[in-house]
Design a protein. Sequence first.
Length: 90
Amino acid sequence: MTQPSSGHKAGAFDIRIFISMLIGLYGVVLVATGLVGTSDDELARADGVNINLWAGLGMIVFAACFLAWARLRPVVVPDDEQRSEGDETP
């Protein structure tokens, strides 16, 4: 008697991976802009806060949390056999 398999993980096709990569990339660009391209005039307009740096760091942390969520709770895609057994629609 064989036990039915539980399916396979979505892996790289999980949408959370794409979202975390995109937000992480934007975060890295903002951190680089905040570290290199911020002038004193821009800091004065933002009340002394390097907004690019802080927003970029926040986006990197968010992307890391999203990636951890995707790794810790992966989406399981049912196998074809399980899909056909559980489907009631024609």
